[in-house]
Ligand binder design. Structure first.
Ligand SMILES: Nc1ncnc2c1ncn2[C@@H]1O[C@H](COP(=O)(O)OP(=O)(O)O)[C@@H](O)[C@H]1O
Ligand SMILES: [Mg+2]
Length: 279
């Protein structure tokens, strides 16, 4: 408690990370941030992928980027100037990645300054969209996190690389260094195709949970709607008719503590008409 008797403001920091690239981190960051905002939280989502701006495209705000994360770190813009308000939700903001080719543009102190600044602005959640791998950018994205969403695809190489990330999360974060207790780890299985699992071409939910030793917080099916949504600049969670969008809604609800059964993990049974007429 502070002297005024109020709790100091503090945002919950969630990193969306993975071992391998191209597994669905940015897709997940956009939908998670949007889902939290839909639940009434004040949310900022930050693109940590220096040199490879992508989140602003998926959020549909690329034409409004004037200042970016690195500008704020270097003091060339204030956080308020750099935050882009989402066009659909007043309580959702995007901080775009820099296009600079200087991979060292982000520093630990710089990132800390931006996260503290966001906390002071009264954000409830800060979602950090991590670049791939275990290099500096990915370390910086996870270092200050309270929670992690580890995105994994149902294939051996992706699962193996996630194992390494889970290890880093429990040792190389500020919480770990300060002995503040472990960060919450959520495993999110994306691009899941039950038909291919049934054919033995992909790992099942159970396989992945057994190999990594943690339960999934959600399973997002492989869906054409994801690319269509990205191309339209609309996070897929807003596509209520798509299975992927519904699965993201379930996932956000679970992260907020709700109990919901998994869906879309079995091969869809065809209806009577489909069986008779095909399709
Ligand atoms: N559930 C899904 N179904 C189909 N395609 C997906 C799904 N999730 C992600 N993708 C596609 O996979 C590619 C990589 O996704 P992205 O979110 O950019 O991954 P990352 O940020 O991990 O590199 C994109 O083309 C995206 O449209
Ligand atoms: Mg990405």
């Amino acid at each position: 408690m502070s002297i005024t008797g109020e709790e100091p403001l503090s945002a919950e920091i969630i990193v969306v990370t993975s071992g391998k690239g191209g597994v669905g981190k940015t897709t997940t960051s956009a939908s998670l941030a949007t889902g939290l905002a839909m639940a009434g939280k004040k949310v900022a989502v930050i693109d940590f992928d220096v040199g490879l701006r992508n989140l602003d495209l998926i959020m549909g705000c690329e034409r409004r980027v004037v200042y970016d994360f690195v500008n704020v770190v270097h003091g060339e813009a204030t956080i308020k100037q750099a935050l882009i308000k989402d066009k659909r939700h007043d309580n959702l903001f995007v901080l775009a990645a820099s296009q600079t080719r200087d991979k060292d543009a982000l520093t630990q102190e710089g990132v800390e300054k931006v996260l503290d600044g966001l906390s002071k602005e009264g954000f409830d959640y800060i979602v950090c969209d991590s670049p791939a791998g275990i290099e500096k950018g990915a370390h910086l994205a996870m270092y200050f996190a309270d929670h992690a969403v580890v995105v994994v695809n149902p294939e051996v190489s992706s699962v193996r690389d996630s194992d390494r990330i889970l290890g880093l999360l429990s040792s190389k974060t500020r919480r770990a260094e300060r002995g503040e207790g472990p960060i919450t780890q959520h495993l999110l299985l994306t691009r899941y195709n039950p038909a291919r699992v049934a054919l033995g071409e992909m790992l099942s939910v159970k396989d992945v949970e057994e190999i990594l030793g943690i339960l999934v917080v959600g399973v997002i099916p492989e869906s054409e709607n994801v690319l269509a949504a990205s191309n339209a600049g609309v996070p897929v969670i807003l596509d209520e008719n798509s299975n992927a969008g519904q699965a993201y809604r379930d996932t956000v609800a679970r992260i907020l503590g709700e109990d919901r059964p998994l869906r879309f993990t079995e091969v869809a049974k065809k209806g009577f008409l489909q069986r008779v007429f095909g399709g």
